[in-house]
Each structure stands twice: as structure tokens, then as C-alpha cells.
Write a protein that binds this ligand. Structure first.
Ligand SMILES: C[S@@+](CC[C@H](N)C(=O)[O-])C[C@H]1O[C@@H](n2cnc3c(N)ncnc32)[C@H](O)[C@@H]1O
Length: 241
């Protein structure tokens, strides 16, 4: 779950119900919005505060807090990654254009670019499919969790895209990627150690570390290779044994 949007929602709910008569009202991620004792004015004020802070025009106040946060996260991520964020491939040494030769020289059979953004590698790397839930340049606009295919991939590019939400979000998607990777296949990562985007303060960046990458690789009986700094990010490869 997007922990930044969750905190914003919880803070505004607490403000809405800060009167003594609401003492004892339990607010948590399972609270159902329609069951909360909003007056029409407070409900409108709550909605307006969230819309102003996230700079969005519509929202639907329904379901649980968790469900509400997920729907806000989708709207926010779509706007940020579909319209505001621009590619920075030129700025990276190991996770920039040099990946094109490194993959092509291995004669790839089937390459997956997970969170491909503007799908810049598509015309340059053989047999590449780009998926991304928020960018219309993807071959498939889908999250990996809903990407169900029978084929396997021998190379996967994961540049800046397995980096959002909490550890459970990262682990669920890593697991799916691992299962779609051929034995002997290789994943190429660029990860963010927790640096927020000034223009997207509610994009929830998971702070990757060497320890986490190493532990994850070990858990899956994979090899972690080439861990190095790539400007303000880290580059590494994971090899499926
Ligand atoms: C920092 S950008 C990197 C884009 C591209 N890989 C590049 O290097 O130019 C992060 C990308 O991850 C995508 N993304 C965010 N959440 C995702 C998810 N759950 N599954 C796949 N891609 C996701 C975003 O839409 C965005 O295009």
C-alpha cells in the first residue's frame, strides 16, 4: 500500500473526527468510509482536502480506507508516470543505454521490460515486450501481478520500476518476475535507495539497500552480481540458478 497516501488519508480522517463526541471511534485501514459518522459538510471538507493535496479533480469516497488509498494511488501514479515524469536513461551508466549492447550480445530470445515507461529499449533490443500500468507507450498497460502469460523470459529489465509501496508490494512483484524468468535467466535492476521525486511527493518510494537485494536473491537461491552505484541509484543483476 502507498504509505504516504495512507498517512495523508489517516491524518485527514483524524482531523474530521477530532471532537470529543467521536472519542473511541476507531480509524484504521479496514474502516469503511460509508460507515463513518461524517456530516455532509465534514465529508465534503475531507474530500476537498485530499483532492487539493494530491492535486486531483475527482475521487470516490467508498469502500475501506485501504481500498480508497489504492484507488488514489492509481490516479496519482497514472498522472505522475503518464504525464510528469520524463525518462533519465541518458543519466545512467550501467542502467542507461549500455544495457542495449549487453543484452543484445547474449542473443536474447524473450526480453521483458518491467515498468518500461516510454518503452525506449523496444526498437533497440531484440524480442522485447514492455509492460507498464501507467504509460501508454507500453506494449501492455498492466501491472505484473495481472500479467498472465505462458511464456518465460531469458532477460528482464527492471529499471526504477520495482520501487513503489511497501515491502509486501515489492516482494509480491519480485516473486511474479522470478516465476516468469527462465532458469539461467538474468534480471537487470536499477533501484532507488529512497530519494523522493520533488514533483511527485506522494509517489511512495521503497528504500532499497544492498542488504535487502542480497537477502532477496539468497531467499530465491539466485546470485546477486555487479552491485554498484549508478549516479543516485544502484545497479545490480540477479541470476536465476
Ligand atoms: C522511474 S520510472 C522508469 C521507467 C523506465 N523503466 C525507464 O528506466 O525509463 C518507473 C516506471 O515504473 C512504472 N511502474 C510503477 N508501478 C509499477 C508496477 N506496479 N508495475 C510495473 N511498472 C510500474 C511507472 O509507470 C514508471 O513508468
Amino acid at each position: 500500500m502507498n504509505t504516504r497516501i495512507f498517512s495523508l488519508v489517516m491524518q485527514n480522517l483524524k482531523d474530521s473526527f477530532s471532537l470529543p463526541k467521536y472519542d473511541g471511534l476507531e480509524l484504521n485501514q479496514l474502516s469503511i468510509l460509508d460507515d463513518l459518522p461524517f456530516t455532509p459538510v465534514r465529508r465534503e471538507k475531507f474530500a476537498q482536502a485530499i483532492m487539493n493535496e494530491l492535486d486531483i479533480e475527482h475521487l470516490q469516497l467508498s469502500g475501506t480506507v485501504e481500498h480508497f488509498v489504492q484507488s488514489l494511488d492509481k490516479i496519482y501514479m497514472k498522472r505522475f508516470f503518464g504525464e510528469i515524469w520524463k525518462p533519465d536513461t541518458d543519466d545512467h551508466t550501467f542502467s542507461g543505454w549500455s544495457i542495449v549492447d549487453r543484452i543484445n550480445e547474449r542473443n536474447p530470445k524473450n526480453v521483458l521490460d518491467f515498468g518500461c515507461g516510454y518503452n525506449q529499449f523496444k526498437p533497440r533490443i531484440k524480442n522485447l515486450t514492455g509492460i507498464d500500468p501507467y504509460n501508454e507507450n507500453a506494449d501492455y498497460m498492466v501491472d505484473i501481478l495481472e500479467f498472465n502469460v505462458d511464456e518465460k523470459y531469458d532477460h528482464m529489465i527492471v529499471f526504477g520500476s520495482l520501487n513503489f509501496g511497501d515491502e509486501d508490494d515489492i516482494r509480491a512483484r519480485f516473486d511474479k518476475l522470478y516465476n516468469l524468468l527462465d532458469t539461467g535467466g538474468r534480471m537487470y535492476f536499477r533501484v532507488n535507495p529512497g530519494i523522493l521525486w520533488p514533483k511527485g511527493p506522494y509517489v511512495d518510494i521503497y528504500a532499497w539497500s544492498f542488504e535487502f537485494a542480497y537477502a532477496l536473491a539468497k531467499e530465491y537461491n539466485c546470485k546477486l552480481e555487479q552491485y554498484k552505484k549508478d549516479r543516485q541509484r544502484f545497479y545490480f543483476e540477479i541470476l536465476k540458478m
